[in-house]
Write a protein that binds this ligand. Structure first.
Ligand SMILES: *[C@@H]1O[C@H](CO)[C@@H](O)[C@H](O)[C@H]1NC(C)=O
Ligand SMILES: *[C@@H]1O[C@H](CO)[C@@H](O)[C@H](O)[C@H]1NC(C)=O
Length: 222
């Protein structure tokens, strides 16, 4: 319950009032899922062409040209190897869910830090709150490397690509129950709903969340 309580405000950084989110609205609704997947693989990214899958899930990720934060923006092609690695220990359903979440939370990989309200230390591809960023950094580097650093300094430890795109998988593996993971493994809307409600603490049925999941299911052949 404690995890769930904290999670309720976890990923609320980018709201519909943020400039980035507003600009994003057009692409949120214009996406056409594309078949980028090959069925039959039972683990990791499920045999999909990850760059094609990311692009199908995040239609604006074809390039970073004109990005507001060019240092932070990543195109599908750039992020694909890192997300493939992050998904290595997840089922395809779980991997698809993390990619959908990253798309929603990072405004399709345009930012690695929270823009609105601009909470210092909130960030990574799934826009984790500072307490989870700190736990993630500790898991990677050890408590002694994190101690005494400001939230923004801790965030900067985990925003290099190899860590930025691994945080959603870390959160899923660390914070989700076995029941939720089993449900997500089925690749169904029920799994997505459980992931959002029981791990993240939000309503996964909201249209803007479902839109990412619907594209993710198609891209991963779920
Ligand atoms: C698009 O995604 C952003 C980022 O999550 C969200 O705030 C916004 O409401 C979405 N827009 C639409 C039209 O679904
Ligand atoms: C979640 O969102 C859906 C779609 O907007 C809505 O029908 C449902 O009542 C919401 N569930 C909760 C628990 O608020």
């Amino acid at each position: 319950m404690r995890v769930r309580h904290f999670s309720a405000i976890l990923f609320s950084g980018l709201t519909s009032t943020s400039p980035l989110a507003c600009r994003q609205a057009a692409t949120n609704t214009s996406a056409a899922p594309s078949a980028g997947a090959t069925p039959g693989t039972s683990s990791g990214s499920g045999g999909v062409d990850m760059a094609a899958a990311i692009l199908a899930i995040m239609p604006s990720s074809s390039s970073c040209s004109g990005a507001q934060f060019p240092d932070e923006c990543r195109a599908a092609q750039q992020a694909a190897p890192f997300i493939t690695k992050a998904c290595a220990d997840l089922s395809p359903g779980e991997c698809a869910a993390t990619v959908a979440l990253m798309g929603l939370e990072s405004v399709e990989m345009k930012a690695k830090h929270n823009i609105s309200p601009g909470r210092p230390g909130q960030g990574t591809a799934n826009m984790m709150m500072p307490n989870f960023v700190s736990q993630y950094a500790t898991s990677l580097f050890g408590a002694d490397k994190v101690a005494g650093k400001s939230p923004a300094e801790v965030l900067s430890m985990v925003t290099p690509d190899e860590h930025n795109f691994g945080s959603a998988a870390w959160f899923l593996a660390t914070k989700c129950t076995a029941d939720v993971r089993a449900s997500l493994k089925t690749g169904t809307d029920a799994g997505w709903a459980a992931y959002n409600k029981d791990c993240i603490g939000v309503n996964g049925s909201l249209p803007e969340r479902m839109a990412y999941w619907t594209r993710a299911k198609a891209a991963f052949n779920l």
